[in-house]
Design a protein around this ligand. Sequence first.
Ligand code: SF4
Length: 391
Amino acid sequence: MRYTFFVAPGIYIQIPFCQSKCTYCHFASGVFPRELVVSYVESLVREILAHADAYFAAGIALPDESPDTIYLGGGTPSLLAPEELAHILGAVHESFPASTWREVTLEADPETVTSEKAAAWRAAGVNRASLGAQSFSDSELRAAGRRNRAADIARAVEILRAAGIDSLNLDLILGLAGQTHDSWRHSLDSLLALRPGHVSIYMLDVDGESRLGSELLTGGTRYSAGRVPDEDFQSDWFDEACAALALAGYEHYEISNWALKNRRSLHNSKYWQRAPYFGFGSGAHSFNGRERWANPHDPATYVEAIRAGRPHFEQRQRITPQMAFEEEVFLGLRLLDGIDLSRIERTYGVNLRTRLPYLLEAGAVALDGDVLRLHPARLAVSNEVFAELLQ
Ligand code: SF4
């Protein structure tokens, strides 16, 4: 089964392995034995090569368009041996022969980047790297359980650029234990001095799934929860970052993302545009425009399922028109380009204008003709806006 979609799909590949677990991390990642890494890579290659048959057997439709972006995320994909990475990307190229790859991103931890690896990544087709910098303060990095130090970040940027991977994203986290106004400003200035094409700033996620989050919710001192800055400070520092990035020429195009000209993340933009994406690897989610599904979460279970050739799709969910409408508003408004209210009304029969007076009066959104946007100065209240619009 095939059908036509309006934006080309993307491919996400999950590499769930890390050297150690950061205190704030709630991602599906961990430290695993080397034997599992080896069998995981083999399973990934098998899954990618056999995906069309597996989708067909499960009655899952494929969009007509060939994918044009690949994102290797994790976990720490940069821990893979270069030949393992080349093996995986080789399987993607073999499986999607009609594709022209516009963007191939590898997530990397700064301390894992070497000249040899960077050259091999470039040779395998990687043209963008996303570096988990997180902070330029060594004491914050240490408290967060990170392996990298500030000096590793500049070194990694230099190596990647020398290898020809000059499209770079740097991540920072706002709200790390021990962060102060001065240390935040130092991180921001250090990042700007490196002038990456793309910047992501994430607020510390507080949930019980990470050790730091759990300590923040239930108390304790082991992970320095008492040294996490107040939310009000975080909000002020976020605003300061917005101003500094704008001054440095970065376009704020999504709540947590900024880019220099032509450096928006093509792959991540697909999520906000509700384009299809195919996820390979443990816990990876997929979406074909009509339904979503996921692979087994646990890497060992995933390997076993692929080896046994069993159907391995979980959490299959058909997307109803109501769900599609809510996703379009929720995801579309994350982009500062906003959403087209007339298109929403034509597609879903919902007139959102009737829900706007309170939000407009509160200055939380801005309306420009048919285009509704979150107010750039009120991004911190985006959840309230989504709740009001999707009531
Ligand atoms: S390196 Fe990334 S994925 Fe791994 S534990 Fe740290 S934050 Fe989580």
